[in-house]
Design a protein around this ligand. Sequence first.
Ligand code: ATP
Length: 349
Amino acid sequence: MSVAVEVRNLKKMYDGGHVHAVDGVDISTEEGEYLVLLGPSGCGKTTLLRTIAGLEQPTEGEVLIGGSVVNGLPPRVRKVAMVFQSYALYPHKTVRANIEFPLKAEQMDKAERAPKAHWAAELLGIDHLLDRKPRQLSGGERQRVALARALVRDPQVFLLDEPLSNLDAKLRASARDELRRFQERLGTTTIYVTHDQAEAMGLGDRIAVMDHGKVRQLGHPVEVYDDPADTFVATFIGSPPMNLVPHDGTLVGFRPEHLLPVETVTGERVTTPFHIERIEYLSGDRHVYGTVTAFGEDTRAIARLPATIPVPLEAGEKHEFGIAVNRVRFFDADSGQRTGPIRLDSHHG
Ligand code: ATP
């Protein structure tokens, strides 16, 4: 069973109103959706998740699960399962006992508990580890035990708070893939907190980008990447981030992969001289650091050239670069909000 989660004008303040951890958030998930809360440290992701779980009471606003307001209801009856970054397993209990623990706490019969634990373990591919203790497991396996333990209670909603952050980079990538496939099989609505944009882009049906307790943008990964709502989203997402060049009260934005040697850009394009300062080779791409001079003010920018663009470039030289006009985005220089296009001299190439 899967249900949708909604929060309406949710606020959570601490210290007598001095800290606005969550500052008026409206989010509504679809049933079975995988929604990622993404944002820098301290932006309020964990507080929002804990408020949905019922571990915190909102200062204002409503939390709805399956269409009903659950404010004031304890976590247990909300039918949500939460897995934290620091999922503590009981070190002296076996994997089986760890997974069965929440069922035992609900006084479920042993005969009923065992098949449930086995089902969850099988689903996560750890059924051969049921008799081990946590210390005899790898980090990834422990992670899966924590997930299995969350799963046995038939949650209607999964709330996951950076559950992969204890794993090394390589394991994270495979665990991410596993988590996604597992969620697709179960179809349980999932809200997933991370500050890692690669994780967010890879996992989310939609991403809510948060900053200072507010949602800056909620959209499909492609949408937040290609059409950021403001300069915060434009620069938080993307590595290297979007280039922003001031021009007449407007910031002209373009992604590093769209700033390319002019001879490789076809169609209508904006052109600029690019003073190259430094070139880095990263995973087959060239990251070219330099200064663009076309828009009035000299501004530092980064270009990202894939190996398929073998144009020779050297530090110290000045090369004409171009950006396809349909790749350029505009933001208000004061508010940082997305605005309509301004006139830039463009050429056909
Ligand atoms: P991280 O990625 O570092 O975990 P986060 O986005 O999850 O960060 P929260 O943990 O939700 O951020 O914290 C949001 C803000 O609320 C922070 O400024 C934090 O200091 C503050 N905060 C959180 N819990 C409390 C509390 N119990 N008392 C006072 N302030 C708190």
